[in-house]
Design a protein around this ligand. Structure first.
Ligand code: SF4
Length: 108
């Protein structure tokens, strides 16, 4: 059976060790791409996360001010104009750009 091209520059032991790691990276990338934080997730509940800042009850959360969204929060790392992106608070799930949570901090 012919070896894959990468085997020509790697030892068999190194190749065998890399296969699960590469597979795990692919799984992580897919899992992250498919995972959007839900308001019902425990970590979201803990931080009063709303997927739509327009749904925040300002009486219940006096810290909230109109115009605050994930997109203008210092912890948001999504691409400009994207509908969602990573948040430094929720490590493995994306948040919506129009979302909000109790940890909102103005982006510098
Ligand atoms: Fe959105 Fe900021 Fe809260 Fe993350 S920390 S969910 S970016 S408001």
């Amino acid at each position: 059976m012919p070896y894959p091209p990468i085997m020509h520059s790697l030892s068999r032991r190194t190749f065998v060790a890399l296969v699960p790691a590469v597979g795990a990276l692919g799984w992580c990338a897919r899992a992250q791409a498919d995972t959007l934080l839900k308001e019902t997730d425990q970590e979201a509940i803990a931080m009063d996360y709303r997927a739509d800042a327009g749904m925040v009850d300002a009486a219940k959360f006096p810290k909230f001010k109109p115009g605050q969204t994930c997109a203008n929060c210092s912890l948001y790392a999504g691409d400009k104009g994207a509908a969602s992106g990573p948040c430094g608070l929720f490590m493995f799930k994306d948040v919506t750009a129009i979302g909000w949570c109790n940890a909102w901090e103005k982006k510098a």
